[in-house]
Design a protein around this ligand. Structure first.
Ligand SMILES: Cc1cc2nc3c(=O)[nH]c(=O)nc-3n(C[C@H](O)[C@H](O)[C@H](O)COP(=O)(O)OP(=O)(O)OC[C@H]3O[C@@H](n4cnc5c(N)ncnc54)[C@H](O)[C@@H]3O)c2cc1C
Length: 394
């Protein structure tokens, strides 16, 4: 059986950024991924010379760790800027600007609290509700935050979203890639020293004190000296239950939400809605619509609806998309679906992370993911970098 220096389970941006660091340091690295492609929530559906995102859609010039990887992977010249189209609200199935939905007297009366109120230890509702006023929060900000993290964001810790980071002034403010964001993970998966293995749905992990043995559902076995799990927290908990029950028990306390994303492309003349980056519904069966209008195409427009889980079946979703876009069902082409997972964190989450990190100390076991530093791609990469540094310290 082939032995690797490190096996990484999960080929999202967390697993692949860790693989990038390990591979460049000369480690023989395997990345085992249950689906047929690298990327996880970086999922660019490509068809007929067109692509649209079924998950993450935007990188910022404040993502310095991610940009470092992009440069090392030699794909900086494939970056493309995003057109200046804005996010808007969907109120009673009509597109409205965000400012038109705000009550400015309430905003001006509440805003000075921004100078005294700290984000730490507060939920999104308790922090932003005070700064923008509860009326504005309920009508505009809560739906917008729900759209950002595809779940009810009220109880999410305020310090885990919209972090201040230094910007790289030599990089465009918001960007994507030729071929979509999956270009990043496609490139890393093809790097030297990284063996990307698709279709490896890992079912069990064993550790004899020296060597990890990892088995997949299709009966393939792999061995390594170090192991990293870069799958959602519930999946990491399941896999580590046998060899590391204390770590698994802590991971099991982290909640995760699913989001059912469905994307379509539509010929430009079949849809009359004005160009927009995304639409935020006030109350509906989906959290957001993200469009491809940020990278215009001569023939098609693309729209991805991020639906609440277990609420609508495929046909009902298609009917909903057709109604919102005000376009007939037959005009929807290139239909694609993806189930994504996103952690549902709570105030005090930092102490769970602290406990997990204490349990990991001195073990050749590494955990990467979007439930440590935060959910943004940059948070995933910064966690992978700190786990790589721990690995190198030995
Ligand atoms: C709809 C949506 C929009 C977003 N938009 C943005 C954005 O614009 N900008 C931004 O910065 N962030 C955005 N995010 C957040 C960010 O994209 C994610 O937090 C990040 O991509 C998660 O990466 P990950 O590698 O931790 O997890 P994932 O991408 O979920 O990857 C985990 C991988 O592990 C695999 N796996 C799971 N179990 C097993 C197993 N047993 N065996 C083998 N493989 C397994 C999965 O198949 C998957 O490929 C968005 C997220 C979502 C869901």
């Amino acid at each position: 059986m082939e032995r690797f220096d490190i096996i990484i389970i999960g080929a999202g941006i967390s697993g692949l950024s860790l693989a990038h660091y390990c591979g460049r340091s000369g480690m023989k690295t395997a990345v085992l991924e249950k689906t047929g492609r690298p990327g996880g929530a970086l999922c660019s559906h490509r068809t007929e010379g067109f692509w649209f995102e079924l998950g993450a859609h935007t990188c910022y010039n404040s993502y310095s760790a991610l940009i470092g990887i992009i440069e090392e992977a030699g794909i900086r010249d494939r970056m493309i800027g995003r057109e200046k189209v804005s996010f808007k609200m969907l109120v009673d199935n009509e597109v409205k600007s965000i400012p038109s939905q705000l009550r400015f007297h309430e905003l001006f009366a509440s805003a000075p609290r921004i100078f005294s109120l700290k984000k730490e230890g507060r939920s999104m509702e308790s922090y932003y509700g005070r700064i923008v006023g509860m009326g504005n929060f309920d009508r505009v900000f809560a739906p917008a935050f729900n759209a950002v993290i595809s779940q009810d964001a009220r109880d999410f810790p305020a310090e885990m979203l919209f972090k201040k980071r230094r910007r790289r002034k030599d990089i465009m403010k918001k960007f994507t890639f030729d071929g979509g964001l999956q270009t990043i993970t496609d490139s890393i998966a093809a790097e030297e020293n990284i063996r990307f293995i698709a279709g490896a749905d890992i079912s069990s992990v064993a550790y004899d004190g020296k060597v990890f043995s990892v088995s997949s559902a299709n009966a393939a076995d792999y061995e390594s000296e170090a192991l990293a799990v870069a799958a959602p927290a519930f999946e990491a908990a399941r896999l580590l239950q046998g060899p590391f029950p204390d770590v698994a028990a802590k991971l099991g306390t982290i909640r995760t939400e699913a989001v059912e994303s469905m994307g379509v492309m539509v010929r430009k003349d079949a849809v009359t809605l004005p160009p927009f980056a995304g639409l935020i519904p006030v109350k509906d069966k989906f959290f957001s619509i993200v469009s491809r209008d940020t990278v215009r195409h001569p023939t098609f427009r693309g729209f991805t609806f991020h639906f609440k889980p277990d609420v609508m079946d495929r046909d009902a979703k298609l009917r909903k998309i057709s109604a919102v876009l005000k376009t007939p069902l037959q005009a929807l082409e290139g239909i694609a679906e993806k189930k994504n997972f996103i952690p549902s964190l709570r105030v005090g989450h930092g102490s769970i992370v602290g406990d997990i990190d204490r349990l990991l100390q001195g073990k050749p076991l590494f955990l990467a993911g979007n439930y440590f530093d935060g959910v943004a791609m940059e948070d995933c990469v910064s966690r992978s970098l700190s786990e790589f540094q721990r690995l190198k310290k030995g």
